[in-house]
Design a protein around this ligand. Structure first.
Ligand code: AQP
Length: 391
């Protein structure tokens, strides 16, 4: 059986309900069907600055979280990416056959640095056209001078803020830009066939598929399988912030009230759900197409209660659930119960496992040895294909 599952999470803080529903819950089910490798991608974590002591703590915390969620460390491989040199080696090789244009299209990079050069060029063109237009107006009709100047001023302000954004691109680190190539290397190093990820990683996974294809074509081989994505059900694949239904739930979001951490206890969970943003509509289930916060809370409820609903049902008001709750007070109690019963036992288990650092380190060591053995064998084969001496 050559099928193999690989996935990973960055040790950048407490894992949250989004990581659980979008990724880990799926992994727990898949471990019984596939050979599986679950990585702690600490090399990805340093694409943004990290405090070394916190990073090491977070690597252990992530391992403890995998185990507490039900990943069996005996049956599967759990390890830290930085312990296996093949990830960096393969990323270099793959980077040499990945066009920069592919990386320029990655939206996560754009989101993190806020702009792109192409947008800047388009904006500059528009501003120049504006300036010309008002320059003419200034000469032809003196009375329009004030308005023309105001508009020019506005254009210059826009230019200024775009240059500011451009500076952010110039200052962005190479690692942040080439992150998707390292992710492709993580997956391909083990000749992975299936990758369970949340929706935000779909674009990176498509790039990994393209990179595998480019390598295979360049070296006239079928060495790398083209990895298949395995998305969670749509209600789980993109869990949104509890403070803003348009932003995904994230470890790095400043407000702790935006997410349910997998380390939160029952009281913290209940408080966060009670404070979760809703709207002025009395009904929980009406007009969900226009109510991102209500839709997100209902999605979380359905994901945890294993209720399958189609996206189109949400857009048209889901009458199947409408009679369950009198209003948000009622609904939030039911939601809090569902989250507490799924997450509180995980939280207790994380704290228990975290008390035994030497146990976690032994799991990471044995995982690194097992992953390292596969990676070393594959790297020898890859090096042969590329034409490097294998000594
Ligand atoms: N909100 C989410 N909903 C569903 N799935 C999610 N995932 C992350 N957030 C959500 C999935 O979890 C896996 C690991 O993600 P990650 O932590 O390595 O990277 P990320 O997507 O960048 O997550 P964060 O929380 O936003 O991290 P920071 O703040 O450090 O950038 C992936 O499968 C992802 O899809």
């Amino acid at each position: 059986m050559n099928e193999l599952v690989f996935s990973g999470i960055q040790p950048t803080g407490n894992l949250h309900l989004g990581n659980y529903l979008g990724a880990i819950k799926n992994w727990v089910a898949l471990q019984h069907k596939y050979r599986s490798i679950f990585c702690i991608v600490d090399m990805h974590a340093i694409t943004v600055p990290q405090n070394p002591a916190e990073l090491l703590h977070n690597v252990r915390l992530t391992a403890a979280t995998y185990i507490a969620c039900g990943i069996d460390p005996e049956k599967n491989i759990i390890f830290a990416q930085s312990s296996v040199p093949g990830h960096a080696e393969l990323a270099w090789i793959l980077g040499c056959s990945t066009p920069m244009g592919w990386l320029n299209r990655m939206t996560q990079f754009k989101d993190k640095v806020n702009t792109s050069k192409l947008e800047l060029k388009d904006e500059l063109k528009k501003i120049k056209a504006n300036l010309n237009e008002y320059h003419e107006a200034f000469f032809l009709m003196r009375s329009k001078k004030a308005r023309a100047l105001a508009s020019i001023k506005k254009s210059t302000d826009e230019l200024e803020s775009l240059i500011e954004d451009q500076n952010k691109v110039e200052k962005a680190e190479l690692g942040l830009f080439s992150y998707p190539v390292l992710m492709a290397a993580d997956i391909l190093l083990y000749k992975t066939t299936h990758v369970p990820v949340g929706e935000d990683q779909k674009q990176h996974l498509e790039l990994a598929r393209d990179v595998a294809g480019a390598f295979n074509r360049q070296f006239k081989t079928e060495y790398f399988p083209i990895p298949e994505p395995m998305m969670a059900d749509w209600t789980s694949a993109r869990v949104m912030s509890l403070r803003d239904g348009m932003k995904k739930m994230s470890k790095s979001e400043e407000s702790d009230y935006s997410r349910i951490n997998l380390t939160d206890d029952a009281n913290a969970i209940r408080l966060k759900i009670q404070k979760a943003k809703t709207d002025t509509e009395r009904s929980v289930t009406k007009n969900l197409g226009e109510r991102p916060e209500a839709r997100n809370l209902l999605n979380i409820y359905c994901a945890l209660a294993n209720i399958k609903v189609g996206q189109e049902v949400w857009a048209d008001n889901y009458s199947g659930l409408s009679n369950r709750w009198g209003g948000f007070g009622d609904f939030k109690k039911a939601l809090a119960d569902a989250v507490v019963s799924a997450i509180a036992p995980i939280s207790t288990e994380i704290h228990r496992v975290m008390n035994d650092t030497s146990y976690i380190d032994s799991i990471l060591k044995s995982g690194a040895e097992k992953a390292g053995a596969i990676a070393e064998k594959n790297m020898r084969e890859i090096k042969r294909l590329v034409g490097f001496p294998v000594v």
